[in-house]
Design a protein around this ligand. Structure first.
Ligand SMILES: Cc1ncc(COP(=O)(O)O)c(C=O)c1O
Length: 253
């Protein structure tokens, strides 16, 4: 077995946010923490080897994303998602949530509105409101256990003059939807028509159930000039605590 997905790893007393930072009455109670999407598997052996070798080297100074790193990201996106990235699209950030806040500040002005589809991963709200922008929400509709987009409502909200940007979660946390190409095209067309830039958080793009396929928003016809794609290897490979940078791609905006 190359990758071990069955052994249970005890993460207590390792500084793990999920376990060691639980509120006191819950800590050690055996309750399963669902607070953050953090794997319970070990990172791949290749990664553990590289981390151990860096530890033996012993210098933990500033690092940068070198050519090999950029090429690895590029290769991953090409092989996994059929997406070709150009070199001048990379923007290195320290996290996807940080990237969302940066994009909100870069592409909107105080008092502008930012559109989100709710319910959504909670830091989306803060990325907007903590940066002095207003939230405009379009509620997803639950139909028989599956969430769908209310396109009439989305279109009405996107057409509001104050709405300048949309934060998209794709695949969507927490409703577990992998948006189809058709849905993404409709969203993109609405946003392009109304001059709304789309910032797409695609951090869960590799974690898809069999039978489904993730489509990178930038690949949708007409979307590439109007979007920022936020990706990371942290969820896929259990690397959030590492210094591995995350990547946002400011395509042609
Ligand atoms: C949709 C989504 N975006 C972003 C993050 C966190 O990203 P980061 O740790 O890179 O800020 C999470 C973590 O659970 C998430 O579910």
């Amino acid at each position: 077995m190359k990758y071990d997905f069955t052994s249970k790893i005890d993460r207590s007393n390792t500084g793990a946010f999920k376990y060691d930072f639980m509120p006191e009455p819950l800590k050690g109670s055996g309750i399963v923490p669902m607070t953050v999407a953090d794997m319970e598997f070990s990172a791949p052996p290749e990664v553990n080897k590289a981390v151990a070798s860096a530890a033996y080297h012993g210098c933990y100074g500033y690092t940068g994303a070198d050519r090999a790193y950029l090429d690895a990201v590029k290769h991953w996106q090409k092989v996994r998602h059929g997406w070709d990235i150009e070199d001048d699209w990379y923007v290195v950030t320290n996290g996807v949530v940080q990237a969302l806040g940066i994009a909100v500040r870069a592409f909107t002005k105080p008092g502008d509105s930012v559109l989100i589809m709710t319910p959504v991963y909670h830091p989306f709200y803060g990325a907007v409101e903590d940066n002095g922008r207003k939230l405009e929400t379009s509620a997803l509709i639950e139909k028989g256990g599956r969430y769908e987009i209310d396109f009439d409502d989305l279109e009405a909200k996107a057409a509001m003059p104050s709405v300048k940007l949309m934060l998209l979660c794709s695949p969507h946390n927490p409703v577990g939807r992998v948006w189809t190409e058709d849905e993404l095209k409709r969203m993109s067309d609405i946003c392009v028509k109304n001059g709304v830039i789309v910032v797409s958080d695609e951090i869960h793009n590799d974690l898809i159930m069999p039978g489904y396929r993730h489509t990178t928003f930038a690949k949708i016809e007409g979307a590439n000039d109007n979007c920022v794609i936020c990706t990371a290897i942290s969820k896929t490979s259990t690397l959030r605590g590492s210094p591995a940078p995350t990547y946002s791609f400011r395509t042609k905006i």
